[in-house]
Ligand binder design. Structure first.
Ligand code: UD1
Length: 363
């Protein structure tokens, strides 16, 4: 079977790393990188470190408005689909690359498999929610990560087949987490590229909070982002903060006001897993990171109106608004119930299940 996989943004590289090897055991995979993420530390480092095969096509789309970005991806993708004639298009998650892949494949009547289907934050003004709803309703095979995701799809009466296979990010976390476990603080510390001039604040003994923020709802209005920084600045240990390119120039202009925050360039996946695993707590607006925190058993405060509801099980995660007081209270008070099993995202063997079902679909 010829499967064409579309990736474009960081979380998709991680998911593809978990599934690609499994696909290639008995199938031909054509890997298309849309170029949505293009900086070395947003793209290349993931391919190198995670051993993802080199893309067969890079559409080189880069940044732009949502319409520009998505339209250019669709034009590039249409050419590739006509040239390669795959039996199925495999899409991950909810980025503009997912949306472009879904619409283009559907228009050419190529069946679509959507991994991480059925996620609903119930916020239709979020670009990711728009993308996932469209991708789900155009897909023939829908791979939900959780029971809730499966139920959302059944409630919406999607046309395709729905399967709850667990979360491929759990597969990746187990596999690459082992590599992180074999390396020490010094190794990861040396790899950090500082933006602020306080990297020496970070040391193994005092511990750290690990934080990220890149969502437009928190970063477009810089007063919200400063509320987040102001809260992090008051925490009782240094805060390691890899800054997404979207906020870097702003960070460079304000970091001196927040001496407790160690701002660095975006880190690679294995580095991020290490700093998450050993963090006191996580503060983030990333969908992937609040899920990883839950899977690793690290308490998390998610600065979003809504997210992966499953991570609230056992009080491992709370959602708060970008308000200084609310963030500080949440970070101080988030107290997980360790007696509750953290089993919402399957068993870490999702890739095998996905490829088994995809292979069966073709016959
Ligand atoms: C995208 C996804 C988001 C995901 C995130 C992971 C959409 C709608 N959003 O958001 O769901 O959580 O990826 O990181 O697809 N930029 C660079 N270099 C890069 C990439 C981006 O400088 O390599 C800058 C550009 O200024 C760009 C901005 O970051 O305009 C935003 O990038 P974009 O890909 O549009 O969205 P993300 O915020 O990364």
């Amino acid at each position: 079977m010829k499967i064409l996989t579309v990736v474009g943004a960081r979380p998709q590289f991680i998911k593809a790393a978990a599934v690609s090897d499994e696909i290639r055991k008995d199938n031909t995979e054509i890997l298309v990188h849309t170029g949505q993420h293009y900086d070395e530390n947003m793209s290349k480092v993931f391919f190198d470190e995670l051993g993802i095969p080199k893309p067969d096509y890079n559409l080189g789309v880069g940044s732009g408005s949502h319409a520009q970005q998505t339209a250019q991806m669709m034009l590039g993708m249409e050419k590739v689909l006509l040239e390669t004639q795959p039996d199925m298009v495999l899409l991950y998650g909810d980025t503009n690359s997912t949306l472009a892949g879904a619409i283009t494949a559907a228009k050419l009547n190529i069946p679509i498999a959507h991994v991480e289907a059925g996620v609903r934050f119930h916020l239709m003004d979020m670009p990711e929610e728009q993308n996932r709803v469209v991708a789900d309703h155009l897909s023939s095979l829908l791979f939900a990560s959780t029971l809730l995701g499966q139920q959302n799809l059944l409630d919406e009466k999607v046309a395709g087949e729905v399967h709850n296979v667990g979360d491929v990010m759990y597969d990746a976390l187990i596999r690459f987490g082992r590599i992180a476990d074999g390396l020490d603080f010094e190794h990861f510390y040396k790899r950090l590229t500082p933006i602020s001039h306080n990297l020496d604040k970070l040391d193994k003994n005092s511990g750290w909070y690990y934080c990220t923020s890149h969502r437009p709802e928190n970063t477009d209005d810089k007063s919200k982002l400063e509320n987040i920084f102001a809260a992090l600045n008051e925490l009782d240990a240094p805060v390691l903060f890899p800054a997404h390119p979207r906020i870097q120039s702003f960070v460079s202009s304000v970091y001196e006001k927040y001496p407790n925050i160690v701002f660095v360039q975006p880190v690679s996946y294995i580095d991020s897993v290490y700093f998450t695993k050993h963090a006191k707590k996580i503060v983030t607006d990333s969908g992937g990171l609040h899920k990883e925190a839950y899977l690793l058993g690290i308490p998390c405060v998610t600065v979003l109106r809504s997210g992966w509801e499953e991570t609230k099980t056992g009080n491992w995660n709370v959602f708060v608004s970008p308000d200084k007081r609310a963030i500080l209270d949440a970070v101080r008070n988030v107290t997980p119930d360790v007696s509750v099993a953290r089993d919402q995202f399957g068993d870490g063997c999702s890739a095998k299940k996905i490829v088994g079902i995809v292979d069966g679909f073709a016959r």
